[in-house]
Design a binder for this molecule. Sequence first.
Ligand SMILES: Nc1ncnc2c1ncn2[C@@H]1O[C@H](COP(=O)(O)OP(=O)(O)OP(=O)(O)O)[C@@H](O)[C@H]1O
Ligand SMILES: [Mg+2]
Length: 368
Amino acid sequence: MLLRALELTAFRNLADTVLQPGPQLNVLAGDNAQGKTNLLEAIYLLGTLRSFRASKLGELMRWDVEAQGGSARVAGRVDTRGIERKHEVTIQAGKKVARLDGKGVRSPTDYFKWLTTVLFTPDDLGVLRGSPGGRRRLLDRAVFNRTPAYLGEHNDYQRALKSRNAILKDGGPDDMLEIWDFHLARYGARVVARRLAYIAELEPRVAAGYEAITHTGLRARLAYQGLEGLPLEASEADIHAALVAAIGRSRGRDRARQFSSVGPHADDLGLWLDDRDVRLYASQGQTRALALALKIAEIRLLRDVHGSDPILLLDDVSSELDPQRNAHLFDFLDEVACQCFLTTTHPEYVRARLNRKDYRVVNGVIEG
Ligand SMILES: Nc1ncnc2c1ncn2[C@@H]1O[C@H](COP(=O)(O)OP(=O)(O)OP(=O)(O)O)[C@@H](O)[C@H]1O
Ligand SMILES: [Mg+2]
C-alpha cells in the first residue's frame, strides 16, 4: 500500500497542507511539540477511523476551528496493488463521516481493506509488562488489521457487555439477564475465536523474529488466557459452549459485583520466553526485543495474508530502543521496503538505506 497524497485541513496543530510522501521511508524530524505525532495520528485516523490517543474526536480539530464550530478533514489517495482509492474522514461536532471515493461508506470493512496502518510507539514497549487491558488493545488492533470485519464483531460484543452490565447494576430481572447472557456468549465466542486464530498465525512469526533479533535461543511463546482449558485450536462452537457454561456459573457472583466477570473483556494475551512469563520476569532489553518482534511479525503476517504491505507509522521508537535493536529495525525496514512514516527528534540517527524523503515539522508546518 502506498499513500500517494495526504491532505490535511484543520487537523490538530498542523497547518493545512497537501503532502506527496515518498514510496518508502518518510522521516518527520523536529523538536518536541511541533506536530510530528499529530501527522502520524492523521494517517492512523484515515486508516482506522480512530485515534490512538484522543479520547474524543473533537480533540483532533484545530482549537480555533473547533471554537468556531468548524470541521477537520483528512484525505488520502491510497494505491493498493495498482488500484487507487480516495479515503476521506471529516470530523464535525464530535462526529466523524468517512468517505471512500467520494461516497458515504456503507460497509466499513470495504473502507478498511484498502488501507492498513501498523503503528509502533514507545507505549507499545510498556504494554507487554503492563495491565491486561493494554495487551488486549494491542491484540485487538492487530486482529482488526488482519480481519477488518473484527471491528464490527468487537463492537457487537461491547454493546452486549454494556447492556448486561447495566442490568446487573440495576438489579434487573433474571429473564432480561438471560437474554444478555445469550448475546454475551454468542458475540464473545466470535471475538475469542478471532483472537485465538490470530495468535496461532502470529506465534511462529514472533518466535522467528525474536530469535533473529536476540540470537539467544530463547523461544518466544504466546497464548490466549481466557477460559480455563480452552485449546488454541478450539472451534467457535467449543468456545461458545464453554462461555455459556462459564457465564451461567458466574451469574451469582456477577449479581453481587454488579459487573460481568467472564468474557473476552477479561482475558489476556500471555507471553513467555521459554517457560518464563514475560509479564513478570522479562528484562527491559528482552521486553523491547519482544515488542519489536511482535510488530515485525504483524507486518510479515499482513503481507502474507493480504498480499500487500501495510503502511508503517513509527513514532519516536528509535529513542526507546538500544542501538542493536535499532539496527535490527532499520535492517528490517530495508528488507521489507514498505512505506513508512517515522518521527524523530534526531534524523541523523535514522540509519535506513532505503529510498528516503526528509521532512521537518516546525510549529505545525511540514516542510518537505
Ligand atoms: N486540537 C489541537 N489544536 C491545536 N494544537 C493542538 C491540538 N492538539 C494538540 N495540539 C498541539 O500539538 C502539539 C503536539 O504535537 P505532537 O504531539 O505531534 O508533538 P511532537 O512533534 O510529536 O512532539 P514530541 O517530540 O514531544 O513527541 C502541542 O503543542 C499541542 O499543544
Ligand atoms: Mg510525538
